[in-house]
Design a protein. Structure first.
Length: 183
């Protein structure tokens, strides 16, 4: 995603914090399948809790923030709106462009970016509009619970450890943002 595209959204929804996350490897899905990065959705429900989900392929039904790939040529805001519709069917407003997390592979110098947005649900019925997502459950988490969900991800078994660290970074960043930190 170009620096200009990020700057344009930052002028509308707040300049995102830039965070570099070094991982032992980023050779796992979805990173090695999405050269264009992803959007990550921190969906704040009317009750003040964030939506987390799990998929049938995740070990121990671990919960994380929903996210989705940016298609070639697609702008960030369109990707965000498309992914939220596909995964949740909810209507929302964008509150804040929280962060751009850049994951770097210490070995190959490859990189991947997650664009984290905080959005506020305004209406709709929670349901999955894309059955290929294989979402099996939703959970609502208070802002003060986000760190414990991140901890579960960072403690994933060996085969899932890099993926767990990758997914925990967005939750940790959101927790910092919710606690008044500069994300």
């Amino acid at each position: 995603m170009s620096h200009d595209a990020v700057a344009a959204l930052g002028s509308r929804y707040g300049a995102p914090k830039r965070i570099v996350c070094k991982l032992p490897s980023i050779e796992f899905p979805p990173v090695n399948e999405r050269a264009h990065g992803e959007v990550c959705m921190a969906i704040l429900r009317p009750n003040g809790r964030f939506l987390l989900h799990t998929k049938r392929t995740y070990p121990n039904a671990v919960m994380r923030l929903p996210s989705g790939g940016i298609k070639p040529g697609e702008d960030l805001e369109h990707a965000l709106r498309r992914e939220i519709w596909e995964e949740t069917n909810l209507e929302f407003t964008i509150d804040r462009f929280v962060a751009v997390l850049q994951y770097e592979d210490a070995r190959t110098k490859a990189s991947f970016r997650t664009h984290l947005f905080c959005v506020r649900e305004i209406s709709g019925e929670l349901r999955n509009n894309d059955p290929t997502e294989h979402i099996t459950d939703w959970r609502e988490a208070r802002p003060d619970e986000l760190v414990s969900y991140a901890r579960e991800l960072t403690n994933m078994a060996r085969d899932w450890s890099n993926w767990g660290l990758f997914r925990a970074a967005s939750l940790e960043t959101l927790a910092t943002y919710c606690n008044g930190g500069a994300a």
